[in-house]
Design a protein around this ligand. Sequence first.
Ligand code: F6R
Length: 611
Amino acid sequence: MCGIVGIVALSDIIREPIGRIIRRCLERLEYRGYDSAGIAVIEGSKLVVKKGKGKIQELAKKLEFDHTHGIVGIGHTRWATHGKPSDENAHPHVDCTGTIAVVHNGIISNYLELRHELESKGHVFKSETDTEVIAHLVEEYLRQGLPVFEAFKRAVARLEGTYAIAMITTLEPGKIFFARLTSPLVIGVGDGLKLVASDIPAVLEYTNRVIVLRDGEIGYVTPTEIYIEHNGKPVDWKQRVRVITWSLDMASKGGYPHFMLKEIHEQPLALVNTLSGIEISQIKEVCKLIESADRIFITGAGTSYHAGLVAEYLLVELAGVDVHTFIASEYRKFLNLADDGDVLIAISQSGETIDTLMAVRAFKTRGCRIIAISNVVDSTIPRESDIAVYTRAGPEIGVAATKTFTTQIAVLTVISLVLARERGMLRPDEYNFLMSQLQEVPKLVETIIRMHEPKCQVLAKYLKDKTNVYYLGRGLGVPIAMEGALKLKEIAYIHAEAYPAGESKHGPIALVETGYPVVFTVLDDYYVDAIVGNVMEMKARDAFTIALVPRKYVTKFGKLCDFVFEMPNIDYRLSPIPYIVPLQLLAYHTSVLRGLDPDKPRNLAKTVTVE
Ligand code: F6R
């Protein structure tokens, strides 16, 4: 995830250097990315680009953003996906002639093909990013004699993936060209001034009138004009101008009261970006390493450890490999086993968690090869690993991990499926079927949020006064129960424990009395009868039972349980992502009803860098 902005204004409207305006807009988008930033402004007839690695405030000082003058400019704050954070990879990106500048949020999944094609035509690339192809593509179509807007449209039509783009050029210096597919983009409608931006907070200081662009829309703005097309036909946008009444603070959370809720709702997009950003050639490399290993170890802390438990289940069941998963701080448990024939998969959204880093370093001393799964490009753990696979969830500000958990599982599921296929454990038709169901998961998550959030709010009213909750599951339902319990514990401060449901009779059930909440995660047909038995045991002790079950079992569990969440009938091996979503929402709403701040739970830090 990145933040983009563009502004174009009449010269008598603009009363301060445009670089300062762009800098302030970018500061309001910094929650979308903060590893590098840059601006491009047309000063007189020249395109001036200032960009680099680092935080906006430091760069603005160093590169003198505030002393850049003009009436049109664009800016970018980056969250690296393709290419590590560096001065070269920072946006804006320019073409060979230095007359076109582009900023982009999203992922161009066919950028390698486009880059090879453009290089064969003589274009010279300066960065490792996917975005740079856009500037060169436009240049290429201009070379063929097309007018700027036509060249821009032709270039955008070649792109696959997700994008919000803003482009300026000295050839038409009073315009910002834009396009949107999946990644968000809004237009700020001022008098004698127009803005384009990834999110509303960036424009609010200058106008409270906005148009939220829709997928497939493309066009340009001038200080006094807005032109939008869809499928080649002009769009009548006048009825779509919204007046924003939010405060600036609310706006930086996209209108959500907390970052955590925003990040839960962002999961469909984070999953689309992660799945579309996966390079199968890299996954095959990962699989080759796993295939050549004697033993596979997986490690992580907290939520990342739970993603590791899901991966262990999938790798064993789908691909038939020998896996040992351990909590990062307990790495010594397996260290004596590890040698140079083994592989360690280290999962860490931040890439900086000290326990996970220590495990990585210790296993490296034994000669193990390391595969990192992380959300932060070029952070320490990926840097010290043999292969780094990145999730593309964008920055997570809320302390509790949500979208980074589901995107970690998405990556680990793809690895398990590809490995299973390569090892002949899945037939091509089974593999294709599961892969295509996986692509549907982001949509399912969207539906689950819509259908189940009101139910979570009702259930939260019941949970808010409780002191203990059990989360019970079997098979893949166990790590999901563990993650659900962790969420409730850390942000609602309610004691929540997870167990394999079969274990409940070996001790935990002793605590159960009237009204004791017990949440069941039912993913797999194989365990349905056993879990029905566990529900009956809890009911016999007057527990308050809640179950997440596939649609086909709703009637069965509806008769037994006090509360049932209907979940999609998909292959249970793809269910961990959808199943965690209602449990995240439940924890969030319980926290809010208890008067707590879910974004900043007491005693916790987003990244734990001390042992
Ligand atoms: C829980 C949570 C933590 C992290 C853990 C590991 O909501 O966020 O349990 O999962 O501290 O962090 P990373 O993944 O950055 O290594």
